[in-house]
Design a protein around this ligand. Structure first.
Ligand code: FES
Length: 112
């Protein structure tokens, strides 16, 4: 594992995302209301560019609990993933690959 600096925080403001090739892997860095997520841009279903899909706040994927999730939807067939955990909302065993992100001196760093 290695920490790779991908951008300055000013380059990815809240609500924005950017795509990077990091050591041969396409990774989206998403700024969700000030929290950065790094997501491999490959859907576990059929490899579509999942991180290009819409992101929404949802209360309908909570197993009856009272909660709110930020959900990323694959643009191909609509599989939905909890952006925080990467887990598919319909299965504990399916997830989109996420990477740790840190911010140091306004630099966004992805551990990959
Ligand atoms: S490729 Fe993502 S849902 Fe099918």
């Amino acid at each position: 594992m290695e920490e790779v600096t991908v951008a300055d925080t000013s380059e990815i403001p809240p609500g924005e995302r950017k795509f990077f090739d990091i050591k041969g892997t396409e990774v989206a860095v998403i700024n969700q209301d000030g929290t950065y997520h790094a997501v491999r841009n490959s859907c576990p279903h059929m490899g579509a560019p999942v991180a290009q899909g819409p992101i929404e706040t949802s209360t309908r994927d909570c197993d009856g609990e009272d909660c709110e999730k930020t959900v990323l939807s694959c643009p191909f067939h609509g599989w939905r993933f909890d952006l925080d955990s990467g887990r598919a909302v319909f299965s504990e065993n399916t997830r989109v690959r996420k990477y740790d992100v840190t911010v140091v001196d306004d630099e966004i760093r992805v551990r990959i």
